[in-house]
Design a protein around this ligand. Structure first.
Ligand code: BTN
Length: 242
């Protein structure tokens, strides 16, 4: 499989989308030592200093319906959480919908972008940024961000995290393609830090508080509100507060 590796690039997601538009095959990996325009969800930026973390995107051509695309983010989250736990022993958890946390602070984020029409996916680009050896963050995120180094007190080998992530991703992704997404979902539940806890969800034009009961097979969070109803919240619409 083809790997594109850049010393410095704007955003690996943007590059991967360009390559995918030009026909790059399923499984193509785009990785950079540094991103000068790293993107997060909701138009935020993703700080991606040289050689401090893993900034990569994978081009996928899944046999899924567009509404099932959140499964890709869940797959990526499970693979990354397992890789981090295995290599470092750190208790890394998934925060719905797309973050990885260590001791309540964000250590990695996932940005999945898709090109699709009404009923079929053309391609998906799933991008992940993992803060590995960062030791300082801009002041806007200093309270909420962490790295594997800050969490473990020692330097972490980026290559070990990368290779473990890629091999986990292959295994978990195969489940998804083989009709065994139930297994991925179960692992996601085990690794989640939200389920069984109270959550506050801030949507574009609503706010909702309640108990996070479960996540469903298409990535929606099921929340039991104080009024006793169960709401199905799609990740596209919200940000989450504790
Ligand atoms: C988020 O937490 O909001 C998502 C962050 C995603 C960051 C990764 S780094 C590699 C890829 N390229 C980007 O521009 N963003 C993603």
């Amino acid at each position: 499989r083809k790997i594109y590796h850049y010393p410095s690039i704007g955003s690996t997601n943007d590059e991967a989308k360009k390559l995918a538009q030009n026909g790059a095959p399923h499984g193509t990996l785009v990785i950079a030592e540094e991103q000068t325009g790293g993107k997060g969800r909701l138009g935020r930026r993703w700080v991606s200093p040289p050689r401090k973390g893993i900034w990569l995107s994978i081009i996928l051509r899944p046999s899924l319906e567009p509404y099932q695309a959140p499964r890709i983010t869940m797959t990526c989250a499970v693979a990354a959480a397992k890789a981090i736990r295995k290599v470092t022993g750190i208790d890394c958890r998934i925060k719905w919908p797309n973050d990885l946390l260590v001791k309540g602070k964000k250590v990695a984020g996932i940005l999945t972008e898709m090109s699709a029409d009404m009923d079929s996916i053309n391609f998906v680009v799933t991008g992940i940024g993992i803060n590995v050896n960062n030791t300082n963050f801009p002041k806007e995120i200093i309270e909420t961000a962490t790295s594997l180094k800050l969490a473990s007190g020692k330097n972490v080998d980026r290559l070990k995290i990368l290779t473990e992530f890629l091999s986990q991703f292959e295994v978990v992704y195969r489940c998804l393609e083989d009709g065994e997404f139930g297994k991925v979902l179960e692992e996601w539940r085990q690794l989640s830090c939200n389920l069984g806890k109270r959550v506050r969800i801030i949507g574009r034009n609503y706010e909702l508080e309640g108990l996070a009961l479960d996540v469903d097979g298409n990535g929606a969070l099921l929340v039991k509100t104080n009024e006793g109803t169960v709401e199905r919240v799609l990740s596209g619409d919200v940000s989450l507060r504790e």
